[in-house]
Design a protein around this ligand. Sequence first.
Ligand code: PLP
Length: 233
Amino acid sequence: MSYISENLNSVRAEIKRTAEAFGRNPEDITLIAVTKTYGADLINESISSGVTDIGENRVQEVMEKYDSVKPVKWHLIGHLQKNKVKYIIDKAELIHSVESFDLAKEIDRQAKKIDKIQKVLIEVNVSGEESKFGVLPMECEKLCRDIAENFENVKIEGLMTVAPYTDDTQLLRNVFTGLRDLSAEIASKNIKNVDMNELSMGMTNDYQLAIECGATMVRVGTGIFGKRDYTNR
Ligand SMILES: *Cc1c(COP(=O)(O)O)cnc(C)c1O
């Protein structure tokens, strides 16, 4: 067995174990294999080992790999520039990184052209770190309302966050429960055309904690493919 399928097995086992320990159904958690910097061969190997969803954070990389990768659901998880939306609108199952009205407007415009309803998540900067993308929690509900009222071809399915890179579990727990509570609060407002079905949070270092705090999508790269090498980018 290759290291990829071995790693996948242990990540899946860990998801199952954690979900069950916290009274959750493991099937409610989607594993997104984060494939940035990895080539089509390794990605296809992971798909042969059962990966159904992959995550990329750069549009350029999606375009370079798209035709060589077997059928799979593509998730755009990184910062998205408006002028790049047109390149991925026909490829993305879910865009995790919507953080402005203007970006949603462009997604709506491009989605209309191909008669698609583009599913998106709103990226929230829960920790308030200046270096992070995303809206602040207090701005999130208004953005959801504005998008839902104005754009028929954009469908909000939930929230996403990137936690700080730290092993301070209390801080991580605050970030993850912060996103979960925000999602519950927005859900309670029953805003038309806004669903809070998905909570995309947790990466290799912290996905167990994220599952404990309610994640429905975890984004795991290193834990499946090994350490990334950025030197060829
Ligand atoms: C790279 C990346 C991940 C995966 O990170 P790992 O630590 O390798 O699991 C998850 N989410 C986003 C937004 C990323 O850019």
